[in-house]
Design a protein around this ligand. Sequence first.
Ligand SMILES: Cc1ncc(COP(=O)(O)O)c(C=O)c1O
Length: 436
Amino acid sequence: MTVLSNRLAIDGGPPVRTAPLPWELPGAHFIGAEERALVDAVVDAKSPFRFYGPDLQGMVATLEREWCEAFGHRHALGVSSGSAALSIAMSALQIGPGDEVLIPGYLWVSCASAVVTAGAIPRLVDIDETFCMDPDDLARKIGPHSRAVLIVHMSGAPGRVDRLVEVARAHGLAVIEDCAQASGGRFRGTSVGRSGDIGIFSFQLNKNMTSGEGGVVVTDDDALARRMVALHDLGYPRTAAGRLDVSDPECQLWGKGARMSELAGAMALGQFRKLPQITGAMRSAKWAIRKRLEGLPGVTFRTIVDPEGDSGPFLIATFRSAEAAEFTVNALRAEGIKGPEGSLACLTMREFGLHWYYNIPSLVQKRSNSRDGFPWTHPANAFASDYAYGRGTLPVADDLSDRAMILSIASNLSAADVDDIVTAFAKVLAATADRF
Ligand SMILES: Cc1ncc(COP(=O)(O)O)c(C=O)c1O
């Protein structure tokens, strides 16, 4: 689109565009005949349960097999959500009272929740300019009660995975990779979820592929896999006929009731087969935008260690000050860089809610689901009585969350949409260069 005036729309000039950008929801744009045919097969077979039924279609089992083939995992297990997957991972590693799990300050509430509901203590680790966990701060924060590190590949791209794993291993800690936001991503050629002991993925609507609800846990470890099968179900493994097998004293656990249904499995399978297309579209649009804007004054982009492994759903930019970030976002929205009503396409990072540790009231206030204040009050957790979770705990996360913005990259952006985003950004940056 030709820019008729340099006057910003926020100051009364003509906007770059008036039509909203597409909804962010990456997988949703690709839902079509393939998903419908797979779901129909389950419905026609009257067999929506994965372990037995009149005419089992094996959707979840096929998804698990194809997932392993594509990404190189030894075991993949379909589950009901990414949050359930995190909780299963904690219990598979026997994490509980007396343990602390290191988590980054830029995360999702489910990461903290999985630790707390396991009875363990979350230990906050600062982020760096990758917007993922800072390996140096991880090394500083590890203590005598540390049991595991939860690495979170935020906003679609892994951080310094190799260094984080190195630090964790040097201290004998387990590593869980939260790949909920990065399905289809890689780090230096290795699929995400393969660098630690357990990887988890989410198929919730905002994720790179979706079945509405759902997820996968992966591991290369046979013993962990066996525990996770029992944990995601009713606490026991199943026989070949799909019936519970309570005979193994080594595998009598408490299940979380987090199986994936065949309906979700069918949707997820259809989406999984399109994942390279979905992430490919986002990655190429995002890097096209980024390359055209890089070097303009006043803006810096998130450090992405391995751009080829970025799954592409978000562009994160930082500015000189919180005021500059806020002004830029408001000015971009006025230029038409926003989604339809209800979408969260263009935000200051401050507005990104439960993605920041200090915005999670149950963490900051050390809330409990039980009357006795568990796990905070558990005697084995007394070591953490002075741990604080309020704003001010992680200076880099605080600073970056103040000065950054996040733009969703829809999986169906047209070349014209990309042009408009670039035009609007350049227009706003040019007009604000002297203001901040
Ligand atoms: C980083 C991260 N971890 C875990 C989850 C939990 O996934 P779900 O919504 O499927 O429970 C999400 C997404 O919601 C997430 O973004």
